[in-house]
Design a protein around this ligand. Structure first.
Ligand code: FAD
Ligand code: FES
Ligand code: MG
Length: 269
């Protein structure tokens, strides 16, 4: 699959406590930067954590080069508040792109709690679709979309979401996770129907423990730190423009870092 990788990491202490919606902060080596990655799955007996990540810049590209048996210097977690799981009734879980790995344990936990779970997963095209069967296995109904129609239904995840809301069937909660723009539009779709919509915010994080202030977001006019107060928040209350602006703060540095790394280590075919 282009640029998306799944790693199983031996991390027994993290696996022991991991819950749906939490994340780890990793550092590849002592000179590396810290990045947050969602805990996509865990096996307490084996003592392992599954992470799924997309290559977007220097650190994720470097991570992708690790091979079986290699080490990650720091693998800290579980961090963040677990997703609030309760018997709500009917829950729609929406995943965009690689966030299917984030939504899967949430859908699973919601179903175990007794909810009827309708999942919607969407990707740009067929080559980016993964864990379709895994998500189907933890959902009462699964709807798959691709932007270009190369697999399943053509269109964006917001379309089946709106249709489900329009049927008038009682929907008790929506959880939408994926690129920020997708989460914003899912929240906009559900707002007129008054259905509480939880999103998992992904601002830049450094320490992941509430100390650096980097992950500052505004929710309902109140400043929150996504790493300790979230990452889940009420999507109808999020200041999306602030989130988008803060995510772009280090674009120049990220570009420079990537170019530097490429010139040192070359490109991978
Ligand atoms: P860069 O070129 O440095 O950055 C590319 C873009 O990634 C930036 O413009 C910025 O928007 C974002 N980013 C960069 N540094 C950070 C950082 N320290 N923290 C957060 N975002 C950053 N990605 C996945 O592929 N899989 C996941 O499961 C996943 N889970 C996440 C969970 C949380 C709670 C958060 C906040 C982010 C998550 N991300 C996940 C995003 C991931 O952290 C970034 O893609 C990664 O940090 C990019 O690093 P880079 O050096 O490769 O790219
Ligand atoms: Fe530092 Fe949240 S990442 S305060
Ligand atoms: Mg980086």
């Amino acid at each position: 699959m282009p640029d998306i990788h799944l790693f199983k990491v031996a991390a027994p202490n993290v696996a022991k406590k991991a819950q749906a919606g939490q994340f780890v902060v990793i550092r590849i080596d002592e000179r590396g930067e810290r990045i947050p990655l969602t805990i996509a799955d865990w096996d307490r007996e084996e003592g392992s954590i599954t992470i799924v990540f997309m290559e977007v810049g220097t650190t994720t590209r470097r991570l992708a080069l690790l091979e079986t048996g290699d080490f990650i210097a720091d693998f800290i977690g579980p961090l963040g508040l677990p997703t609030h799981i309760e018997k709500f009734g009917t829950v729609i879980c929406v995943a965009g792109g690689f966030a299917v790995a984030t939504i899967m344990p949430i859908a699973r936990a919601m179903r175990i709690e007794g909810n009827r779970v309708i999942s919607i997963m969407g990707a740009r095209n067929k080559s980016l679709i993964f864990w379709e069967d895994k998500l189907r296995g933890v959902s009462d109904q699964l709807i798959v979309t691709t932007d270009d129609g190369s697999h399943a239904r053509q269109g964006l995840v917001t379309e089946p979401l709106k249709e489900l809301l329009e049927t008038g069937e009682k929907i008790d909660r929506v959880i939408a996770i994926g690129p920020s723009i997708m989460m914003k539009f899912c929240a906009k779709t559900t707002q007129p129907f008054g259905v509480k919509t939880i999103v998992s915010l992904n601002p830049i994080m450094v320490d992941g423990t509430g100390m650096c202030g980097c992950c500052r977001v505004s929710v309902g006019g109140v400043t929150k730190f996504a790493c300790v107060d979230g990452p889940d928040f009420d999507g109808h209350q999020v200041d999306w423009d602030l989130l988008f602006a803060r995510q772009r703060i280090y674009l120049d540095e990220e570009k420079r870092s990537f170019e530097q790394w490429q010139s040192q280590y070359g490109t991978r075919s």
